[in-house]
Design a protein around this ligand. Structure first.
Ligand code: XLS
Ligand code: NI
Ligand code: NI
Length: 435
């Protein structure tokens, strides 16, 4: 069956086109700074928002009109695989991501769930071989089912911990089977609701033990996959342990896991933590921990994870600048952890949403490349920090001085004039780089 019968493969037609089913900026073969856009951007479609979600929100039921519902949950799951690969082909996206529960029904027992996963991943593998599409990452949903009400690897209940381990074990086997390039942990309910009843230290230690077992099992499978942690400060929990990039890296270092993990950073999670997206990317990049990206936009007037398709060119230009300075994001990619508004009800909107996101990233890439070529930030920064390039500043940077020496120096140099930053001017110039 064809699920998107009225849609041809989406092509680049340039900014002037009036065809809404065309790319206006994303031109996969266009070379930017020595690499094609396709190589730079490594787009992925998220199974959960695209195939599984139905448009329901806490105040109302599903609204999306979809044509893949079958007679049984398993039939629907199979139809979804067909429809999904058709969508990937039509969107010209090379990668995809999923949670275990997105692709297969959980049935009545763990055994049934794992069997269902085998059947569906066989089908996915066939489709991958047929189309050349690739698995950017998979993950285990250890937050939706009632058993995970207190978390998974940080649950107070050891049976829940063991169940979660079974899901991750299977997830890694699936990752190997499908040649997954990364494996993600987003700690949905790994955090606490109240400190009144929480053993904070035990929960953190248990979470680290869990990750260590995952690393060991990947080694046992001889599966060379990049592990990623995805920070988020809150929601659903009041406080989540992987709060932001800095907190998550401190956790990894504390438990000596830093060589096995990088970070998967999400736009909306950054703003929930009170940071910009580029802040989170910069913090990770500085420590060589920038692994992958979940692309979405948080509506700043709402205080939750609204997961809109990215459309803000300024944000994405600054994000892509971090990617370029990181020398790319591979083996990670740009996963659209983005969902349609509840009011975007049609199958066609699945294409329009992704096209909007891909075009925004293409614009961001073009702007960021120009910023890099013009050394826009390098020039501002080298001038602003020039006092560290010679004299006493150079001694400081080289570690060749002491408080005594600096105090002596200050005695004779206390008439200090700090130059203006002229930030308004630079922000205005930055606007010229938005494509
Ligand atoms: C939720 C997260 C989630 C992860 C994968 O806020 O973004 O979707 O990306 O579990
Ligand atoms: Ni995410
Ligand atoms: Ni999210």
């Amino acid at each position: 069956m064809v699920y998107f019968p009225d849609v041809e493969k989406i092509k680049y037609e340039g900014p002037e086109t009036k065809n809404k089913l065309a790319f206006r900026y994303y031109n996969p073969d266009e070379v930017v700074l020595g690499k094609t856009m396709r190589e730079h951007l490594r787009f992925a479609v998220a199974y959960w928002h695209t195939m599984t979600a139905d448009g329901s929100d806490p105040f109302g039921e599903g609204t999306y009109r979809r044509n893949w519902h079958g007679e049984s949950p398993m039939e629907t799951a199979k139809n979804r695989v067909e429809a999904f690969f058709e969508l990937l082909e039509k969107l010209d996206v090379d990668y995809f991501c999923f949670h275990d529960v997105d692709i297969a029904p959980q049935g009545d027992s763990l055994e049934e769930f794992l069997n269902n996963l085998d059947v569906i991943t066989d089908l996915i593998k066939e489709k991958m071989d047929e189309t050349g599409k690739k698995l950017l990452w998979n993950t285990a949903n250890m937050f939706s089912h009632p058993r995970f009400v207190n978390g998974a690897a940080t649950s107070n209940n050891a049976d829940v911990y063991a169940y979660a381990a079974a899901q991750v074990k299977k997830g890694l086997e699936i990752s190997k089977k499908l040649n997954g390039e990364n494996y993600v942990f987003w700690g949905g309910r790994e955090g606490y609701e109240s400190l009144l009843n929480t053993d904070y230290a035990l929960e953190q230690d248990n979470m680290a033990r869990f990750f260590k077992m995952a690393v060991d099992y990947a080694e046992e499978l001889d599966h060379d996959v990049q592990f990623l942690l995805e920070p988020k400060p809150k929601e659903p929990m009041t406080h989540q342990y992987d709060y932001d990039a800095a907190t998550t890296m401190a956790f990894l270092h504390k438990y000596n896991l830093q060589d096995h993990f990088k970070l998967n950073l999400e736009g909306n999670h950054a703003t929930l933590a009170g940071h910009t997206f580029e802040h989170e990317l910069r913090v990770a990049r500085t420590e060589n921990m920038l692994g992958s990206m979940d692309a979405n936009h948080g509506e700043t007037m709402l205080g939750w994870d609204t997961d809109e398709f990215p459309y803000n060119v300024l944000d994405i230009t600054l994000a892509m600048y971090e990617v370029l300075e990181n020398d790319g994001i591979a083996p990670g990619g740009i996963n659209f952890d983005s969902k349609l508004r509840r009011t975007s009800t049609d199958m066609e909107d699945l294409l329009l949403g992704h096209i909007a996101g891909m075009d925004t990233f293409a614009r961001g890439l073009l702007g960021a490349a120009k910023l890099k070529e013009d050394k826009f930030f390098d020039n501002i920064i080298s001038e602003r920090y020039s006092s560290f390039e010679e004299g006493i500043g150079k001694d400081i940077v080289e570690g060749n001085t002491s408080l005594t020496e600096l105090a002596e120096y200050a005695m004779n140099n206390d008439d200090i004039k700090v130059p203006s930053n002229h930030l308004e001017y630079y922000k205005s110039l930055l606007n010229d780089y938005l494509v």
